[in-house]
Write a protein that binds this ligand. Structure first.
Ligand code: G1P
Length: 296
């Protein structure tokens, strides 16, 4: 049995410039899909996969993320006084337990690889999950849980992948696929943000990883890659010479909420998935669309 994965890292230091002005004073991870912040989806997914320690790599102006995962006594008392017991129970369910969260800061925006490296002391010498909160999944069970099932058989490093339109490969990390089924195939190489003609496949790294701690030593070399940033993909491409990397083409679909289109699509699809909203939302949208096309 491989070492159990107990810790998850959430890089939440990004500036969110693609969502200005919404993200001028508010972290992009607090943008909501329907009524839950992006970061809450990632934490829920990690929890479902058995994670017990939640490590947030934050930056300046990210204090409300820490507040979001804390109790809010005034709010709790008010809900209680008003008899809103269901809302109160929902709020409490979302929280990691006392002592399960850790926060550290990425002091400079030097890239995803550097953000992960900033978590090294909190993670220590054990495997860990990495979840990029911009990426929100419609998947059951959750993507990290599906990857854990593979990890229990293979150990090593696991990367969740999904197909992307070949014209969009240059926005992502892309893997080269070796032998094995969708539930666990050998990854033979990977490249960060390739041009379409250089991409080894159309399988993109969609923001969920299980990694071995040896990655930290490679990240500490801090070589700059695509976009002048310290890239996680480049460190993994070196580690692959010494350790197994297994790809999981999971059941489900990602919404890239780091882009406006992905974010808007996620809001529509997640609202349509909600029993309390699906019907009235469908009606509101079709009325609105008809109204607009009628020039009203
Ligand atoms: C990062 C990773 C990339 C991955 C992507 C998923 O890129 O470097 O490999 O495909 O996240 O969102 P970024 O979005 O930070 O440019």
């Amino acid at each position: 049995m491989p070492n159990r994965v107990r810790t998850a890292v959430f890089p939440v230091a990004g500036l969110g410039t693609r969502f200005l002005p919404a993200t001028k004073a508010m972290p992009k991870e607090m943008l909501t899909v329907v009524d839950r912040p992006l970061i809450q989806y990632a934490v829920d997914e990690a929890r479902e996969a058995g994670i017990e320690h939640f490590v947030f790599v934050t930056g300046r102006n990210k204090g409300v993320i820490e507040d979001h995962f804390d109790r809010q006594f005034e709010l709790e008392q008010t809900l209680e006084a008003r008899g809103r017991t269901e809302a109160l129970a929902e709020l409490q369910k979302d929280l990691p337990s006392a002592g399960q969260s850790s926060f550290t800061r990425q002091q400079e925006p030097l890239g995803l690889g550097h953000a992960v490296w900033c978590a090294r002391e909190l993670v220590g010498n054990q495997p860990f999950a990495l979840l990029l909160p911009d990426m929100v999944f419609r998947a059951r069970p959750g993507v990290l849980k599906q990857m854990m099932q593979t990890y229990e058989e293979t150990g090593g490093n696991i990367i969740g992948v999904e197909e992307v339109d070949p014209k969009d490969v240059s926005s992502y990390g892309i893997v080269a696929r070796g032998e094995g089924p969708d539930s666990g195939f050998r990854i033979t190489g990977m490249v960060e943000k390739p041009r379409t003609e250089d991409a080894p496949s159309n399988l993109f790294i969609s923001g969920r990883y299980i990694l071995q701690p040896e990655i930290f030593a490679l990240l500490s070399e801090q070589t700059r890659g695509a976009g002048g940033e310290i890239q996680l993909t480049d460190a993994m491409q070196i580690l692959i010479r010494q350790q197994d990397f297994t790809g999981v083409k999971y059941h489900g679909k990602v919404f890239d909420c780091g882009s406006k289109l992905g974010f808007l699509a996620a809001n529509v699809i997640f609202a349509l998935d909600r029993p309390d909203l699906a019907e009235p939302f469908r009606r509101a949208i079709s009325d609105a669309v008809l109204g607009v096309s009628d020039g009203m």
